[in-house]
Structures are given as C-alpha cells and as structure tokens.
Ligand binder design. Sequence first.
Ligand SMILES: [Cu+2]
Length: 136
Amino acid sequence: MKQQAWSLGAVPISRRRMLRGAAGVLGVGAVALLTGCARPSKPELVPSDDEVKAAVTVWVVDNAYEPATVEVAAGTAVRWVFDGTMEHDVVAEDGSFVSELVTGGSYTHLFTEAGEFPYDCSIHPEMTGMVKVVAP
Ligand SMILES: [Cu+2]
C-alpha cells in the first residue's frame, strides 16, 4: 500500500524528467543543424579544368592529400584524384579552386598565377594541402 502511493507519486516526476531529457536532445540536434547550415566555410564551386593535361597528380585518400605539398609552374594544372572510401573535397583558402564532395573521380585546376595556394577538405579540417605555383 505504502509502496503503491510512492510509485503513483513518482510517475509524473520521472515522466517530466524524460520530457526534459528529450527536449535537451532535440535542442542539441537543432544547434547542430543550425551550425551545419550557418557554416560559411565552403565557397562556391569552381568548375574542374578537365580538358587541361595535369602536370602533377595529388591523391586524395582517407584522410590526407598525397603529396600534401606540390610545386608547379604557372600555366600548368594540378589534378586531384579521389581515391578514398569517404567523401572529400578540395577547397582553396582563397576560393580559387573548389571541388564537390566526392568519393571518386578527379578534379583539375589550371594555375595561371604564381603564389602559394593552401587548401583543405571542407569536412576534415586535418586534411590540408598546399600548391606552390612558381613563375615559368
Ligand atoms: Cu575529407
């Protein structure tokens, strides 16, 4: 008898806790969605220069660019070949070359001006690379 009174009283409290817990989980999800949408990091896609023969190939694997640093002469192209099992992309810090997120295929960019062009993968911050373009 005594125990039943306790459990009757306890049910609404635990139910309230469960609701609050669910609201908390939903809140975290909403924040994650918002940050996902609000993330300004990925600039507009830049079409691949598929018709240009590349001077250098960079392999995009899980989770690295190999080699991470390449040097080419101005007027030549770099081709990235996607060879990982996960999606990756190539995003120049200055937005001058930006590929789609893909698991295969390739992306080519023709470098016309000398300079240093750091880039990374939009979903794997640990994936960083550098294209050094020197005067021909
Ligand atoms: Cu990646």
